[in-house]
Design a protein around this ligand. Structure first.
Ligand code: HEC
Length: 164
């Protein structure tokens, strides 16, 4: 019976541990969040200069806080921004749709741990290989600097998209 339990435990845990081991990690220690596409959508966006279509999603803590109008967001909130190259729909060229995957970025709230960057930890994973962005942990300054104009909105550009 004990052996059986052990076997069951191993068969459940092994794939989880193996996939966790393969997760890319940013130079500041933030690991890739594989579930970001199952999180709820905060808003889509389009960046003209880059020709990128994006979706910004949030984990449960972030979504609940945003709906409750909380600002700043509480510790444990994670936002993802995933980008694709915009392309014309082959059967309807007036429609612009997401094509090739470009990158996914994360903002992770931990007011103490990331107090030097507004309480947010930043991470970016580029291309289908999900290559961690940044030579060293200093890359976050680039992220933080550009998010400065929205410092009074907890460094967040995106608001929950309007629906009736
Ligand atoms: C040149 C300016 C700029 C830089 C640099 C930048 N961002 Fe942003 N970021 C934006 C803008 C503008 C938005 C709003 C949505 C969009 O652009 O699609 C945004 C949105 C986000 C969002 C969604 C939450 C929000 O604020 O709307 C995340 C997550 C994010 N950025 C992560 C990062 C990470 C991680 C880095 C660094 C690796 C980074 N950003 C660097 C401009 C920037």
């Amino acid at each position: 019976m004990k052996k059986l339990m052990l076997l069951i435990a191993i068969s459940i845990l092994a794939p989880i541990l193996i996939s966790a081991a393969k997760m890319p990690v940013a130079p500041n220690g933030i690991a890739y969040y594989p579930n970001y596409m199952t999180w709820k959508v905060i808003a889509p966006s389009y960046r003209e200069d880059k020709g990128h279509i994006r979706i910004i999603t949030g984990n449960e803590i972030a979504i609940a806080a945003l709906h409750a109008g909380k600002n700043p967001l509480p510790d444990g909130s994670v936002l993802a921004k995933v980008a694709w190259k915009a392309e014309k729909h082959p059967f309807f060229p007036d429609a612009t749709i997401p094509g090739e995957f470009v990158q996914v970025e994360f903002m992770v709230k931990d007011a103490k741990k990331y107090k030097n960057t507004g309480g947010w930890g930043f991470a970016r994973f580029v291309g289908n290989e999900l290559k961690p962005y940044g030579k060293d942990a200093g890359f976050v300054n680039e992220c933080f600097q550009c998010h400065m104009p929205v410092a009074n909105n907890d460094y967040l550009f995106t608001k929950i998209v309007k629906t009736p």
